[in-house]
Design a protein around this ligand. Structure first.
Ligand code: EPZ
Length: 430
């Protein structure tokens, strides 16, 4: 199993190019099967979750061609079924976007239901409620979820919780339904807006994405398009916090600064300097970090996907901080690992009380999930001495070339697989 070997203590300095947003690319790739014409999508990140989704799409006859590492051509005219049982797909939550896409185009879909998740239970009741409101019969049996409609008819849906996945899935199902669909209490995340823009570029009629109320007028068909995915807000935020915890100076390039506002605001509160330009944000961390309070919220609030990264910074800040996780119930599983590095964090329910410590010391760690895994790497980069992070396959689900980008900023990090490689790394970094 691959691991990251890290020798901490170097300030990270320089520029880093941010890739396309995984959580926008997943629904956009799924939605590209809603036309028989050819779709070209640019700025697709080369990460495991994306590749698993593409493989599942190929299993039903979608033709996927890589024009280059980040540009993908998709043609779904020869789809030969609406049942996806591919084993890989069970591991990614976003497999359910294929239900919305297949249902919207073919009025039926059957997809393996994703299993439990490391960050908490992930109900899909709001997705189902939305599909049913459009006239769909939804059943779950033998680990498969099936959705079938004689005819999809627009409906009025009030989401009980703000859900990215449900908003996206209902939007896809409604695009070619008869009449108008209204989604109230919709998610406003940049990736929801990106999917709406993509669908509109294919001829859909979606208004209001990015606000609480999305209005969709059904169209009879979608057509070809060429579309570039927005930059990844969370990859950018992770590198911004890498600057904070290593006392570095990093410019994240190819970003939309507006999407990073809640992250930049917290970095300023804890003592970092932020410089914004049109498509870049520079983070300079020259002063000791200060404590703060933070609560995760749907966009434009502070993202739950940045909660472990900010906690790593706060655990080395002066004073007491409180981190409240309001989206997922099981997102503090990295805390025990940080404690082993010297952090002083007490978790009570959905709240972590953090008393800042002066420094981390390197340790052997296990990545519990994608974002927490990346956060542990940041802790390793800030720590004194040597850190080894296990289970980095979680990190590879969502960060392209993570260690290469960090190396480019001056980090001493390597992907290793054997004891011999670990020893070689230790000899090299001294
Ligand atoms: C998306 O998950 C992201 N995944 C997650 O990123 C992210 O953490 C999350 O949104 C919140 O921003 C993708 O985009 C692929 P939700 P999603 O539906 O859509 C509850 C990462 O690291 N809920 O917005 O599954 C749910 O339990 C991943 O990249 C219901 O109760 O999240 C949660 O408490 C991890 N019923 C809240 O809503 C439902 O039917 C928000 O979940 C659906 C959700």
């Amino acid at each position: 199993m691959e691991q990251y070997a890290i020798k901490g203590g170097n300030p990270l300095v320089g520029e880093v190019e941010i890739g396309g947003a995984k959580n926008a690319a997943l629904p956009i790739l799924a939605a590209s099967i809603m036309t028989d014409e050819t779709v070209v999508i640019e700025n697709v990140p080369d990460v495991r979750d994306i590749n698993a989704l593409l493989q599942a799409m190929e299993s039903i006859g979608v033709v996927v061609e890589h024009l280059d590492r980040h540009t993908i051509k998709i043609n779904a005219s020869a789809i030969h079924g609406h049942v996806i049982e591919d084993d890989l797909i069970k591991k990614i939550r976003a497999s359910y976007y294929l239900i919305g896409a297949l249902l919207g185009k073919y009025k039926e879909a059957e997809v393996v239901l994703p299993g439990g998740c490391n960050i908490g239970s992930r109900p899909i009741d709001q997705h189902i409620k939305g599909w049913r409101a459009l006239g769909t019969q939804v059943d779950i049996a033998h680990g498969l979820i099936s959705a079938k409609a004689e005819c999809l008819k627009g409906g009025h849906i009030y989401m009980d919780v703000v859900s990215v996945g449900a908003t996206i899935n209902v939007m896809m199902a409604a695009v070619m339904a008869e009449g108008q669909t209204i989604i109230e209490n919709a998610a406003k995340e940049p990736h929801v807006v990106d999917l709406a823009n993509f669908l509109n570029s294919m001829g859909a009629n979606i208004k209001g994405a990015g606000t609480d109320v999305i209005r969709i007028k059904g169209v009879s068909r979608l057509h070809k398009t060429e579309y570039a995915i927005i930059p990844d807000q969370i990859e950018a935020g992770t590198f911004m916090f890498a600057a904070a915890v290593t006392k570095g100076d990093i410019t994240v390039k190819n970003v939309i600064p507006k999407h990073l506002e809640s992250i930049s605001a917290k970095l300023m509160e804890i003592g970092c300097e932020i410089e914004e330009s049109d498509d870049a944000v520079r983070v300079v961390a020259s002063k000791p970090l200060r404590s703060t309070h933070v609560k995760t919220l749907p966009y434009p609030g502070f993202p739950t996907d940045m909660q472990p990264q900010i906690a790593v910074a706060l655990a080395m800040a002066q004073g007491t901080s409180i981190v409240t996780e309001s989206i997922f119930e099981n997102r503090f599983r990295y805390v025990d690992e940080l404690t082993r590095m010297g952090a002083n964090i007490k978790v009570e329910g959905n709240t972590a009380i953090i008393n800042g410590t002066r420094r981390y010391t390197g340790a052997r760690l296990t990545a519990p999930d994608l974002r927490a895994g990346a956060a542990l790497v940041l802790a390793g980069l800030a720590a004194e001495g040597f850190t080894l992070v296990d289970d980095i396959h979680f990190i590879q689900r969502g960060y392209e070339d993570f260690e290469l980008k960090l190396q480019h900023l001056g980090a001493q990090i390597a992907r290793v697989e054997t004891e011999r490689e670990i020893q070689k790394f230790k000899l090299k970094v001294g």
